[in-house]
Design a protein around this ligand. Structure first.
Ligand SMILES: [Zn+2]
Length: 195
Protein backbone atom coordinates (compact mmCIF):
# COMPACT_ATOMS: atom_id res chain seq x y z
CA UNK A 1 0.00 0.00 0.00
CA UNK A 2 1.34 3.43 -0.94
CA UNK A 3 1.64 4.97 2.46
CA UNK A 4 1.67 8.58 1.33
CA UNK A 5 -1.69 8.40 -0.49
CA UNK A 6 -3.20 6.41 2.34
CA UNK A 7 -1.88 8.92 4.87
CA UNK A 8 -3.32 11.73 2.82
CA UNK A 9 -6.74 10.06 2.78
CA UNK A 10 -6.57 9.52 6.54
CA UNK A 11 -5.51 13.10 7.09
CA UNK A 12 -8.43 14.45 5.02
CA UNK A 13 -10.96 12.22 6.79
CA UNK A 14 -9.56 13.44 10.11
CA UNK A 15 -10.46 17.02 9.18
CA UNK A 16 -14.18 16.17 9.36
CA UNK A 17 -15.99 17.23 12.53
CA UNK A 18 -16.24 14.52 15.16
CA UNK A 19 -13.64 12.29 13.45
CA UNK A 20 -10.56 11.62 15.56
CA UNK A 21 -7.35 9.99 14.31
CA UNK A 22 -8.44 6.46 15.19
CA UNK A 23 -11.78 6.81 13.45
CA UNK A 24 -10.09 8.37 10.41
CA UNK A 25 -7.77 5.39 10.18
CA UNK A 26 -10.64 2.93 10.54
CA UNK A 27 -12.60 4.71 7.80
CA UNK A 28 -9.58 4.82 5.50
CA UNK A 29 -8.89 1.09 5.92
CA UNK A 30 -12.55 0.40 5.30
CA UNK A 31 -12.53 2.42 2.08
CA UNK A 32 -9.43 0.65 0.81
CA UNK A 33 -10.99 -2.71 1.63
CA UNK A 34 -14.29 -1.82 -0.08
CA UNK A 35 -13.56 -0.51 -3.60
CA UNK A 36 -17.29 -0.18 -4.47
CA UNK A 37 -17.87 2.07 -1.51
CA UNK A 38 -14.78 4.15 -2.25
CA UNK A 39 -15.84 4.62 -5.88
CA UNK A 40 -19.45 5.55 -5.02
CA UNK A 41 -18.31 7.89 -2.28
CA UNK A 42 -15.78 9.59 -4.57
CA UNK A 43 -18.45 10.08 -7.22
CA UNK A 44 -20.94 11.48 -4.68
CA UNK A 45 -18.30 13.85 -3.32
CA UNK A 46 -17.38 15.07 -6.79
CA UNK A 47 -20.98 15.65 -7.84
CA UNK A 48 -21.78 17.40 -4.57
CA UNK A 49 -18.75 19.62 -4.85
CA UNK A 50 -19.59 20.50 -8.46
CA UNK A 51 -23.33 21.04 -8.18
CA UNK A 52 -24.40 21.86 -4.64
CA UNK A 53 -24.41 25.54 -3.75
CA UNK A 54 -26.48 28.08 -1.86
CA UNK A 55 -30.06 28.97 -2.72
CA UNK A 56 -30.05 32.54 -4.06
CA UNK A 57 -32.96 33.43 -1.75
CA UNK A 58 -32.44 31.66 1.58
CA UNK A 59 -28.87 30.24 1.39
CA UNK A 60 -30.10 26.70 2.01
CA UNK A 61 -28.01 24.10 0.18
CA UNK A 62 -29.40 23.21 -3.21
CA UNK A 63 -28.38 22.12 -6.68
CA UNK A 64 -30.80 24.64 -8.19
CA UNK A 65 -30.82 28.44 -8.35
CA UNK A 66 -33.72 28.51 -5.85
CA UNK A 67 -34.20 25.63 -3.38
CA UNK A 68 -37.29 23.40 -3.13
CA UNK A 69 -38.26 24.85 0.27
CA UNK A 70 -38.34 28.41 -1.10
CA UNK A 71 -40.29 27.27 -4.17
CA UNK A 72 -42.91 25.27 -2.28
CA UNK A 73 -43.40 27.71 0.63
CA UNK A 74 -43.20 30.97 -1.23
CA UNK A 75 -46.39 32.22 0.41
CA UNK A 76 -45.58 31.32 4.00
CA UNK A 77 -45.77 34.31 6.37
CA UNK A 78 -42.92 33.11 8.60
CA UNK A 79 -39.14 32.97 8.16
CA UNK A 80 -37.08 30.83 10.54
CA UNK A 81 -33.43 31.91 10.82
CA UNK A 82 -30.95 29.08 11.48
CA UNK A 83 -27.19 28.83 11.95
CA UNK A 84 -26.45 26.20 9.30
CA UNK A 85 -28.07 23.58 7.05
CA UNK A 86 -27.76 20.93 9.80
CA UNK A 87 -29.92 23.06 12.11
CA UNK A 88 -32.44 23.55 9.32
CA UNK A 89 -32.60 19.79 8.89
CA UNK A 90 -33.11 19.34 12.65
CA UNK A 91 -36.07 21.76 12.64
CA UNK A 92 -37.54 20.11 9.54
CA UNK A 93 -37.15 16.63 11.01
CA UNK A 94 -38.88 17.71 14.23
CA UNK A 95 -41.91 18.31 11.96
CA UNK A 96 -43.19 21.31 13.90
CA UNK A 97 -42.54 24.10 11.42
CA UNK A 98 -43.50 24.39 7.77
CA UNK A 99 -42.53 27.93 6.87
CA UNK A 100 -39.60 29.49 5.07
CA UNK A 101 -36.00 29.53 6.30
CA UNK A 102 -32.90 31.63 6.13
CA UNK A 103 -29.50 29.98 6.66
CA UNK A 104 -26.74 32.20 8.09
CA UNK A 105 -23.81 29.76 7.62
CA UNK A 106 -22.18 31.15 10.74
CA UNK A 107 -22.52 33.51 13.68
CA UNK A 108 -21.29 37.07 13.89
CA UNK A 109 -17.60 37.06 14.85
CA UNK A 110 -16.12 40.47 14.06
CA UNK A 111 -12.67 39.47 15.32
CA UNK A 112 -12.62 36.58 12.82
CA UNK A 113 -13.86 38.75 10.00
CA UNK A 114 -17.44 37.41 10.03
CA UNK A 115 -19.78 40.36 9.73
CA UNK A 116 -23.29 40.96 8.35
CA UNK A 117 -22.07 40.57 4.74
CA UNK A 118 -20.71 37.07 5.38
CA UNK A 119 -24.03 36.03 6.94
CA UNK A 120 -26.05 37.42 4.02
CA UNK A 121 -28.05 39.80 6.19
CA UNK A 122 -29.04 41.90 3.16
CA UNK A 123 -30.76 38.87 1.65
CA UNK A 124 -32.50 38.16 4.93
CA UNK A 125 -33.73 41.73 5.10
CA UNK A 126 -35.01 41.40 1.54
CA UNK A 127 -37.03 38.35 2.57
CA UNK A 128 -38.50 40.11 5.59
CA UNK A 129 -39.64 43.25 3.77
CA UNK A 130 -41.83 41.02 1.60
CA UNK A 131 -45.30 42.19 2.77
CA UNK A 132 -46.39 38.55 3.05
CA UNK A 133 -43.89 37.92 5.87
CA UNK A 134 -45.17 38.83 9.33
CA UNK A 135 -42.85 36.93 11.70
CA UNK A 136 -39.15 36.08 11.83
CA UNK A 137 -38.23 33.30 14.26
CA UNK A 138 -34.60 33.35 15.44
CA UNK A 139 -33.82 29.65 16.03
CA UNK A 140 -30.18 30.06 17.01
CA UNK A 141 -28.04 28.24 19.57
CA UNK A 142 -28.17 29.57 23.12
CA UNK A 143 -24.38 29.99 23.13
CA UNK A 144 -22.63 33.36 23.52
CA UNK A 145 -22.14 33.67 19.72
CA UNK A 146 -25.71 32.60 19.03
CA UNK A 147 -27.07 35.10 21.56
CA UNK A 148 -24.99 37.97 20.19
CA UNK A 149 -26.16 37.18 16.67
CA UNK A 150 -29.82 36.97 17.79
CA UNK A 151 -29.62 40.38 19.45
CA UNK A 152 -28.04 41.94 16.37
CA UNK A 153 -30.64 40.38 14.06
CA UNK A 154 -33.55 41.42 16.28
CA UNK A 155 -32.39 45.04 16.26
CA UNK A 156 -31.75 45.05 12.53
CA UNK A 157 -34.93 43.28 11.45
CA UNK A 158 -37.35 45.12 13.73
CA UNK A 159 -36.66 48.21 11.66
CA UNK A 160 -38.41 46.49 8.75
CA UNK A 161 -41.61 46.34 10.82
CA UNK A 162 -41.71 42.55 11.10
CA UNK A 163 -42.38 40.76 14.40
CA UNK A 164 -39.17 39.10 15.66
CA UNK A 165 -39.41 36.14 18.03
CA UNK A 166 -36.83 33.76 19.41
CA UNK A 167 -36.74 30.31 20.95
CA UNK A 168 -36.83 31.01 24.67
CA UNK A 169 -37.92 28.13 26.83
CA UNK A 170 -36.90 24.54 26.27
CA UNK A 171 -33.46 25.20 24.83
CA UNK A 172 -31.10 25.27 27.84
CA UNK A 173 -28.16 27.72 27.97
CA UNK A 174 -25.31 26.60 25.76
CA UNK A 175 -27.51 24.19 23.79
CA UNK A 176 -27.25 23.79 20.02
CA UNK A 177 -30.28 23.46 17.76
CA UNK A 178 -28.74 20.64 15.74
CA UNK A 179 -28.43 18.29 18.70
CA UNK A 180 -31.65 19.16 20.51
CA UNK A 181 -34.22 16.35 20.45
CA UNK A 182 -37.55 16.86 18.67
CA UNK A 183 -39.54 17.35 21.88
CA UNK A 184 -37.14 20.02 23.16
CA UNK A 185 -37.23 21.78 19.79
CA UNK A 186 -41.01 21.66 19.70
CA UNK A 187 -41.23 23.16 23.20
CA UNK A 188 -38.70 25.80 22.23
CA UNK A 189 -40.76 26.75 19.19
CA UNK A 190 -44.04 26.79 21.04
CA UNK A 191 -42.55 28.88 23.83
CA UNK A 192 -40.99 31.41 21.50
CA UNK A 193 -41.16 34.99 22.70
CA UNK A 194 -41.13 38.38 21.11
CA UNK A 195 -37.65 39.88 21.29
ZN1 LIG B 1 -34.17 28.67 -0.58
Amino acid sequence: MSSSLFDRLTEQLGRLPGIGRKTALRLAFNLVDTPDLARDLAEALNLTWEHVGECSVCRNLTEHEVCDVCTSRLYSDTVCVVHNPADMRAVEDAGLYRGRYFVLHGFLAPLDGVGPDELGIDKLREMTIDPGVTEVILALDSTADGEATSIYLARTLEKTGVSVTRLARGLPPGASVEFADSLTLTQAFEGRQKV
